[in-house]
Design a binder for this molecule. Structure first.
Ligand SMILES: Cc1ncc(COP(=O)(O)O)c(C=O)c1O
Length: 449
């Protein structure tokens, strides 16, 4: 089936972004130069409006399907404040670790909207999920055995999905494809019957409620997503026949890409969700499985465009070769994506948005001790020392993948809305860096003591 989806002009800036009379970038009604002065740099700034808009676009696109839910992929960006915001929007949450589960629990996230993913969940993670009543997305047969044993021990019922390998490979970076035949995630379709038979023997402590597949991340075309739905529909039909129970939920994964540079042309969220909803309705009908609840699992497309990072520019270095580097006060420790995936970003000068100075070709260099720590290669910017550099599209997989490389404290994160900026993650201090360090007694002694 050929599905047409239109992609209107999709912005790489947060939806609330404007420029004020001083020529400063304004996000969520907050002047970025004031944010930098108040909270310091580097600074992650998250625009609440963009997150709300993204959720609303998913909801509108899915609305033709009778029963659906957005499961936000928490790995993209998870903090207590984000849990509260998404809970208030009625969104569910996909967590992949004890830490993410703990964050959700502390935020009071409703357990019946929590789904525990992961290809190597620990017994503690599985036990916690069963205890709080979160759904478990089972990755392999050994894990199913553990779930059965732990549910029996707790005298509770574990509600599970099976994650399957659909054998689909979207066009994206090799490190973020997950649904290809050799994937480390999920159960090969050929082994599904064996897993279902084991699950049946574990009833009623284990209740199979759904099926899931996620094909990858930052994919810009609709076709692989629709193919994934067709595969899941067929697998769900055979699962229903084998178990004799209705499949209650089908989770078609996330992965919709966002615009990082002018060369990216992702689908609009609404168009993606509408195409998914329509194709799911048709495929499920054709497979004779009725209308199970349709789950989608976007992470990046909910928070990615909402985030910008503010850096202060240091020196501008011009080499005899003609190479020009503008160094900033952050880099791969707060944004490891360029060095990990050769990810592309777009920069602007937040304190001189309307500048008519001649733009020059330069690379924005991070401050960390790797030559590959370049945030933007060959940007055209009229930037110089002291300027405030803003990088767009840093809301997903930046904070959540950040490190303390070179013993650098992680930046603060503020959530902006209607002119207010609230810290949602405090800046780490040097004391935080050594808080977990311990020195063995013998190293404290002087040689002659
Ligand atoms: C199982 C699963 N669901 C959802 C997501 C979210 O993907 P994205 O942030 O690309 O939408 C991921 C990301 O890796 C994932 O592994």
């Amino acid at each position: 089936m050929q599905i047409q989806v239109k992609s209107p002009n999709i912005s790489l800036r947060p939806s609330s972004a404007t420029v004020n009379q001083q020529g400063h970038l304004v996000i969520g009604g907050c002047d970025c130069t004031e944010l930098a002065a108040k909270f310091g740099t580097p600074l992650w700034v998250m625009d609440e409006q963009t997150i709300r808009d993204a959720v609303n676009c998913y909801k509108a696109g899915l609305s033709s399907y009778p029963d659906s839910m957005i499961l936000y992929g928490g790995k993209a960006f998870l903090t207590l404040a984000i849990c509260h915001l998404l809970d208030s929007l009625g969104v569910g949450l996909d967590v992949v670790s004890e830490g993410e589960l703990y964050t959700a629990e502390v935020a009071g996230f409703p357990p019946d909207r929590l789904y525990l993913h992961g290809n190597n969940k620990s017994e503690r993670e599985l036990s916690s999920a069963i205890a709080v009543g979160a759904r478990i997305v089972v990755d392999n047969i050994a894990e199913l055995r553990s779930v059965g044993r732990l549910a029996h021990k707790q005298e509770r019922r574990a509600r599970i999905h099976f994650r399957v390998i659909p054998g689909i490979q979207p066009v994206t970076h090799d490190h973020i494809i997950t649904g290809h035949y050799d994937s480390k995630f999920g159960i090969p379709l050929e082994q599904l019957d064996e897993v279902l038979d084991l699950a049946a023997s574990l009833a009623p402590r284990v209740e199979v409620i759904g099926l899931h597949a996620h094909i990858g991340s930052q994919a810009l075309e609709i076709a692989p997503y629709l193919e994934n739905i067709s595969v899941l529909a067929k697998a769900a039909a055979s699962m229903q026949a084998r178990l004799g129970n209705r499949v209650q939920e089908i989770d078609v994964g996330g992965g919709l890409g966002i615009k990082y540079s002018e060369n990216d042309h992702p689908l609009a969220i609404y168009d993606w969700a509408k195409a998914v909803a329509e194709h799911a309705a048709a495929s499920f009908h054709e497979a004779g499985i009725g209308t199970p609840r349709l789950l989608v699992e976007p992470g990046r497309s909910i928070v990615g465009t909402a985030g910008i990072t503010l850096y202060r520019a240091g020196h501008l270095k011009e080499l005899p070769s003609g190479m020009r580097y503008l160094a900033v006060d952050g880099g791969m420790a707060d944004n490891p994506r360029p060095i990990t995936y050769q990810a592309k970003y777009t920069a602007c000068i937040a304190n001189r948005m309307n500048s008519s100075d001649t733009e020059k070709r330069l690379s924005l260099a991070g401050r960390y001790c790797e030559s590959g720590d370049i945030i933007v290669k060959e940007a055209n910017l009229a930037a110089s020392a002291g300027d405030l550099v803003a990088i767009f599209g840093t809301g997903a997989y930046n904070y959540s993948m950040a490190s303390n490389y070179n013993r650098s404290p992680r930046p603060a994160c503020v959530l902006v809305a209607n002119g207010a900026a609230d810290i949602i993650v405090e800046r780490e201090s040097n004391e935080d860096l050594i808080r977990k360090d311990r020195v063995p007694e013998r190293l404290l002694r002087r040689p002659n003591e």
